[in-house]
Design a protein around this ligand. Structure first.
Ligand code: ATP
Length: 514
């Protein structure tokens, strides 16, 4: 697909048309950045969550699951640093009245320069042909070197300003670089201000004396406050992990780009507790493992890249993102952070409880270090749709829209299609449906021509379809059609279950990813 802007629009309308994602409370004109998952979306989302859960929890003896509550004691967020430091620097454009994250404006500016470097490389590769050495070219071409210096200058100044909370400095940098509002082109900016991203609400009725609590902005803290519970009740030994999936809430300054940035979203997080001093080894381990998990989906290695953080969060001693090539370009899909002992130590201080591990080998107690992997389920959903959405021209001149979702993630695994609505075909089709539907999510469809029904299944990503025709009544065989190749073959009804199991196995993919 050439035009990526278009791709996002197409995904949004396709998602709505087929029941993957609807705007929230649409009959009241919607609520910005809130979305509802429809009948197909909820299946895809669940399958992605299962893929993560099985890979992290079931595939590792030493990773334990958890489902902590969304509401937590308010001191949790003092200890975690979210009350004081969970801020984004925001800036408004006075002409367009649009609000932006100042750091994102700078990141996007740098991304444009990176785009220019790429163009130079492509041009030179064409000019030099076979003798082209990219690494050498990038080091020596004066124009490319200048671009790289500019990126480095921006990165350094941005990091210094963010580290020292120098909001004036960020504004100066935006002005010096002459960054314009992407919507209006105006350079008329307000001051940069800090904005806390946590939603608060009141616990209890007012008469009881209400107290302010927060909707959790990440699931991680539910894991930290349960460290001791899981460690003791699970008889866990270092290194061990605690994993959970669940909703998180952030009052994002700019929530756009569909389900990429929402105010209510779902996270899948795993905190890995390790011996102090071993954290960087485990950080590298999880970096590699998580990348393999993504790549096992078969969307191509070029769709992912690592991005090291310029500004480390207050709790981290190493951090990177796995970025995915979304329709809006490469953006964060997952974060991997070496969080040191910051969280557990801080909870010790604020709670007065010891959150330590007793090491039988050294006969000492200490606060473990933590490596975190944190991925947004909704972002992962968008990544899958982005990679899966295909428009194909067919040999007969017609075209089809297809979601090439990996079979084990697809909302329906099998479409069951009687050729006609009579002569006993629907009865046989329903018999097959009842036999298979608890093992494979199946869709029965008898409306419209068979061609139209195939197209519809392609559009919702169903990897297999069977057609029941008059011969089926005689020979107990059906026609199996594959979504990706449109190849058709005749197979006995009795071997359907085995045939499908072999082709739709989450287990096989997980094994590949480990
Ligand atoms: P960003 O820089 O995009 O705001 P972040 O660095 O604040 O993200 P983390 O705090 O590391 O994100 O959260 C972990 C993961 O949660 C992210 O990689 C992303 O997949 C997901 N996530 C974070 N914020 C949102 C959001 N507003 N909507 C959807 N997913 C989100």
């Amino acid at each position: 697909m050439e035009n990526k802007e278009d791709l996002l629009k197409k995904i949004i309308s396709h998602s709505k048309e087929y029941g993957f994602i609807f705007p929230s409370s649409e009959i009241y004109d919607g609520l910005s950045a809130a979305y509802d998952y429809g009948q197909l979306g909820v299946e895809l989302k669940k399958n992605i969550r299962d893929y993560w859960w099985k890979s992290m929890v079931h595939a590792h003896e030493n990773i334990h699951g958890l489902d902590a509550s969304i509401f937590m004691h308010p001191t949790t967020w003092k200890a975690s640093g979210h009350v004081d430091a969970f801020n984004d620097p925001l800036i408004d454009n006075k002409d367009s009245k649009k609000r932006y994250r100042a750091d994102v404006l700078l990141e996007e500016f740098m991304e444009k320069i990176r785009g220019k470097i790429k163009k130079e490389v492509v041009k030179a590769a064409k000019r030099f042909g076979e003798s082209f050495e990219e690494a050498m070219f990038v080091k020596t071409n004066p124009r490319v070197v200048k671009y790289q210096e500019q990126i480095k200058m921006i990165e350094d100044r941005m990091r210094d300003c963010l580290d020292s909370n120098d909001l004036e400095g960020i504004k100066t940098l935006i002005e010096e670089l002459q960054i314009a509002d992407p919507v209006s082109g105006s350079r008329n900016w307000t001051e940069v201000r800090q904005f806390n991203l946590m939603f608060s609400t009141e616990l209890g009725s007012l008469a009881d004396g209400a107290s302010k609590i927060y909707l959790r902005p990440e699931t991680a803290q539910g894991i930290f406050v349960n460290f001791l519970n899981v460690y003791k009740s699970g008889r866990a030994k270092l290194p061990f992990g605690i994993a959970q999936t669940g909703k998180a809430f952030r009052n994002e300054i700019i929530a756009r780009q569909f389900i990429f940035r929402m105010r209510e979203f779902e996270q899948m997080e795993m905190q890995y507790f390790v011996k102090p001093g071993e954290e960087l080894k485990w950080y590298e381990h999880w970096k590699e493992k998580r990348m393999k998990w993504h790549q096992a989906l078969g969307f191509g290695a070029e769709a992912y890249r690592f991005h090291d953080h310029i500004k480390l969060a207050h709790y981290a001693n190493a951090a990177c993102d796995i970025e995915f090539d979304f329709p809006m370009g490469f953006k964060e899909l997952e974060g991997i952070h070496s969080r040191t002992d910051f969280d557990l130590k801080s909870h010790e201080e604020h709670s007065g409880k010891k959150l330590q591990y007793f090491d039988h080998e050294s006969n000492t107690s200490y606060v473990p270090y933590v490596v975190e992997t944190s991925i947004g389920l909704d972002r992962m959903f968008l990544a899958v749709l982005t990679a899966a959405y295909k428009e194909e021209k067919l040999e007969d001149g017609s075209s089809r829209t297809m979601l090439k979702i990996p079979a084990f993630l697809a909302p329906y695994k099998l479409a069951i299609l009687p050729l006609v609505k009579k002569d006993g075909l629907p009865e046989l089709a329903r018999k097959i449906l009842h036999d298979l539907q608890l093992d494979f999510h199946c869709q029965y469809d008898e409306k419209d021509s068979i061609g139209k029904r195939y197209r519809r299944q392609d559009a919702i990503g169903t990897p297999f379809a069977i057609t029941i025709d008059h011969d089926s009544l005689e020979d107990d065989m059906v026609t199996l059609r594959k979504r990706d190749t449109m190849e058709q073959s005749r197979i006995p009804i009795s071997s359907l279950r085995q045939e499908l199991s072999g082709r739709i196995s989450m287990t096989d993919v997980i094994r590949k990813s480990l």
